[in-house]
Write a protein that binds this ligand. Structure first.
Ligand code: ADP
Ligand code: MG
Length: 382
């Protein structure tokens, strides 16, 4: 049985245990890794994500009255509302409520609903537990009403929920991947045109290892919004709609040195994404190594979103004889490092990283050996 199907059954069970009857609809959506392309999505550039075999499942039924009842295996407190709130609550339910408000906006949704959430995606580690949750809620709500929307519209709807209801100004990559990813492939996504194409990932001789620092520095959310503002300011000075339209020759026209470095990351990272996709298309996974390390250096030095824990894991990984390349993944200031390595080296590398990391930080990283999987609607026309 596939991983997604196991979670389907768990979601049904959780629903029945909570509400005493069987759910009308279930949706299971994957988290994601991002091979390369960090902080490029909101600059309308390129990203190269793949869905991973860690999922969020949502079982759901509509109610006849306007009440909303939500349960999650991650949060013990049941949450009930008399009616769907149209304002943020400041907690995890916002991801569910935000999506429900958006679905109501486009689909004349019925009154209330009850939902049970089960999850294997670590929360806040940069594997997009939030995107998987939003997509699973949206798809379950639509299925419960026998409604269909094009996947891209669902992705946008979930992004709007995260932007305007939750209040996190994130791009559309996570939701897009949870919906449209294809097993065995990453997706080269142009975040401006939304043009996307599958890019074959290396075969079983190579593996992806995510090493979670298990730290999340306070700075993360505010720095994310600061970086967005810095990128927007740099684009304004250049007179372009977004940094996607800037090239290396434009950088010297940016007067503020900090903004110039931020822009240099975005411009160089976009080039690296295209290079990495070309190497994968050519089935030359080893050529990814230098590109991954360069991405990390750029995020650390130009974009200033790394931290000592991420840097140490990348430095340790680089010493591993079977490692092809590594870089920090996600928004930064904690979360995971992505490592591409030869599969037989997995056990040895985990041990080496655990020991080296514990020597400095007195804790061990959490490891996730991940495989690429299908999204909810793999390869659907969008
Ligand atoms: P990431 O998406 O990298 O995991 P985010 O900070 O974007 O990190 O999203 C994490 C948030 O999403 C959590 O703090 C919680 O509010 C919500 N969330 C994720 N998974 C679940 C879950 N299984 N149940 C309830 N809420 C969840
Ligand atoms: Mg998220």
């Amino acid at each position: 049985m596939s991983v997604a199907h196991q979670l389907d059954g768990r979601a049904r069970d959780a629903f029945r245990n909570s509400f005493g009857y069987l759910p009308r609809a279930v949706a299971v959506a994957p988290g994601r890794m991002n091979i390369i392309g960090e902080h490029t999505d909101y600059n309308l550039g390129f990203v190269l994500p793949a869905a991973i075999d860690r999922h969020v499942g949502v079982a759901l039924s509509l109610r006849k009255d306007p009440g909303v009842r939500i349960r999650s295996d991650r949060y013990p407190m049941p949450v009930d509302f008399d009616t769907l709130p149209d304002r943020r609550q400041g907690n995890w339910t916002d991801y569910v409520l935000g999506v429900a408000c958006q679905v109501r906006g486009v689909a004349e949704a019925a009154a209330g609903f009850e939902a049970a959430i089960v999850s294997e995606v670590p929360v806040g580690s940069g594997l997009s537990s939030s995107g998987a949750l939003e997509v699973a809620v949206a798809v379950a709500l639509l299925r419960a009403q026998d409604l269909q929307l094009p996947p891209l519209e669902i992705a946008r709807l979930c992004q709007r929920a995260e932007n305007s209801f939750v209040g996190a100004r994130t791009g559309v990559m996570d939701q897009f991947t949870a919906l449209l990813a294809r097993a065995g492939n990453a997706t080269l996504l142009d975040c401006r045109s939304m043009h996307h194409e599958p890019v074959p990932l290396p075969g079983p001789a190579f593996s992806w290892l995510l090493a979670d620092t298990r730290v999340r520095h306070e700075l993360a959310a505010s720095a994310y919004n600061d970086r967005r503002a810095e990128c927007e300011a740099a684009a304004r000075e250049l007179g372009v709609a977004s940094l996607r339209d800037a090239g290396p020759d434009d950088l010297e026209r940016i007067t503020d040195p900090t903004q110039r470095r931020r822009a240099r990351h975005v411009v160089s990272e976009n080039a690296r994404v295209l290079q990495a996709a070309a190497m994968l298309q050519r089935r030359s996974p080893r050529a990814l190594g230098g590109i991954l390390y360069a991405s990390h250096a750029s995020l650390r030095d130009d974009f200033a979103v790394s931290c000592r824990e991420l840097d140490l894991l990348v430095e340790l990984a680089a010493q591993g004889p079977t490692v092809v390349g590594a870089r920090m993944m996600g928004g930064g200031f904690g979360g995971c490092v992505l490592i591409l390595l030869e599969t037989p080296g997995l056990d040895g590398l985990e041990q080496y990283l655990a020991e080296g990391y514990a020597r400095v930080f007195h804790r061990t990283p959490e490891f996730h050996r991940v495989r690429s999987v299908d999204g909810v609607m793999p390869g659907a026309a969008s």
